[in-house]
Design a protein around this ligand. Structure first.
Ligand SMILES: Cc1cc2nc3c(=O)[nH]c(=O)nc-3n(C[C@H](O)[C@H](O)[C@H](O)COP(=O)(O)OP(=O)(O)OC[C@H]3O[C@@H](n4cnc5c(N)ncnc54)[C@H](O)[C@@H]3O)c2cc1C
Length: 408
């Protein structure tokens, strides 16, 4: 394959790493350069709010491949360097230090950054967000036994932080503006289960609660709610969502709409510029709509698919979204983005913490969420793409294997 071409990948996260690796795996012999502003080889983030936060693993657990793998494949890593601007007409980009590099094809895998909380005291020592290795290590150092940890936002990251705090024997309080935890991703019933899980582990969850400010003398001492209540805390972790890093693409004149708009091959509005991962707004033919996902599996698989498209192998990216979280001894998994269903079927034992909920519309499975039942959830994906209808009574009966229902 062409050796005189240069493909540049911006971002050394999961999508960036997989793009570069796939280009080589697929036989591209030209120059591949990854430019990443974090000074760490391509890595994934899920361990940051799990093993790394718990102190059970060091940051190296996040590496996508053993050190040297990409270099051995002839991929140039320029870490700790930031792309400042892209010139799509000239097919060049400029780095923060002014250096200009030419490219034939470009991958923008710039992911996102944690949404900051615009309140007084957010710059105090002890107030964090959690996106990077640096964030995780700083928070980890503060999760000591007896510490008072305040989490703002009862989404996935916030709840994983609360779980890590409790496992470290710190006190944990979670403040949430909405009226239930993980409201964007979970049904009311599932949300209630996760809520009870945390309360059972001693987390103080305060729903429908507005936050006003942090206070302290240089260092965080307390948080103040809108009703004036003061909560003493040594550490606060703000987990209120992600801002996609679209600025570079926007400046380059690409179409942006809640992320960089790409087609089913990851191609942006410029034919030689591609994008994958958290930063993209992409069509999902299985869901029949556009989505911007913040998920490990999407960052990997969309990047692989898009790298192939950069080489001319066009296969529409079409996967049912899948996401997981680990909190205490509960493994939570979801498949699909259930927005419209008329029946919920529970299979397994909610009280024992081992079950799956199916969301059905006219007998077709729209999505599912499972607690400690990865096996059934994995198979559900196949059921969802089968186009078949399922009987609620049989689905609810754990004595009947899901595989059998597919055969019936
Ligand atoms: C703490 C945490 C826990 C998570 N846990 C789970 C989980 O349990 N399950 C799950 O499915 N998903 C989880 N996720 C989500 C998953 O990690 C993300 O979906 C995934 O990391 C997205 O990868 P990405 O490559 O698109 O973006 P990123 O990982 O954000 O990588 C983008 C990279 O590009 C860099 N960059 C940006 N702009 C520039 C520039 N101008 N120049 C150079 N570099 C630039 C960024 O600094 C970053 O290093 C978690 C995320 C976090 C933060």
């Amino acid at each position: 394959m062409t050796t005189d071409q240069t493909f540049i990948v911006i971002g050394a996260g999961q999508a960036g790493g997989w793009t570069a690796k796939t280009l080589r795996d697929e036989g591209f012999e030209g120059r591949v350069i990854i430019i990443g502003d974090e000074n760490f080889a391509p890595h994934e983030r899920p361990p940051l709010s799990k093993e790394v936060l718990l102190g059970n693993a060091e940051k190296e657990v996040c590496l996508l491949w053993p050190p040297g793998t990409l270099e051995d494949a002839g991929i140039e890593l320029r870490l700790g360097e930031s792309v400042a601007a892209i010139d799509t007409d000239g097919h060049t980009l400029s780095l923060g230090n002014g250096e200009i590099i030419g490219w034939n094809k470009l991958m923008i895998a710039t992911g996102g950054r944690a949404r900051p909380l615009p309140v007084d005291g957010a710059d105090l020592d002890g107030v964090y967000t959690l996106r990077t290795i640096k964030d995780a290590e700083a928070i980890r150092a503060r999760l000591a036994s007896g510490a008072n940890v305040l989490v703002i936002g009862a989404g996935w990251i916030g709840l994983e932080v609360a779980a890590a705090a409790r496992k470290s024997d710190a006190n944990a309080t979670v403040i949430e503006l909405g009226d239930r935890v993980c409201a964007r991703a979970l049904t009311e019933e599932m949300s209630a289960w996760v809520h009870a899980l945390h309360v059972g582990h001693g987390v103080d969850i305060r729903l429908s609660t507005a936050f006003d400010r942090f206070e302290g003398d240089g260092r965080l001492e307390r948080a103040v709610l809108s009703d004036g209540t003061a909560i003493p805390c040594d550490v606060a972790v703000v987990g209120i969502g992600l801002i996609p890093n679209t600025e570079l693409a926007e400046q380059a004149g690409l179409v942006i709409d809640n992320g960089i708009v790409v087609d089913e091959h990851g191609q942006t509005s410029h034919p030689d510029v591609f994008s994958a991962g958290d930063v993209t707004n992409h069509p999902n033919p299985l869901l029949g709509r556009r989505v911007r996902l913040e998920s490990w599996e999407n960052a990997q698989n969309q990047a692989i698919n898009t790298a192939k498209a950069m080489l001319g192998t066009l296969q529409p990216y079409a996967e049912i979204p899948w996401f997981w979280s680990d909190q205490y001894d509960a493994n939570i998994q979801m498949v699909g983005l259930s927005e419209d269903w008329d029946e919920t079927v529970i299979r397994g034992d909610r009280d024992a913490g081992e079950f799956i909920e199916f969301y059905l519309k006219d007998g077709e499975i729209q999505g599912a969420a499972a607690i400690n039942n990865a096996r059934d959830l994995r198979f559900t994906r196949r059921m969802m793409t089968s186009g078949r209808k399922f009987d609620a009574v049989s689905l609810a009966n754990p004595q009947i294997k899901l595989q059998k229902l597919m055969k019936g």
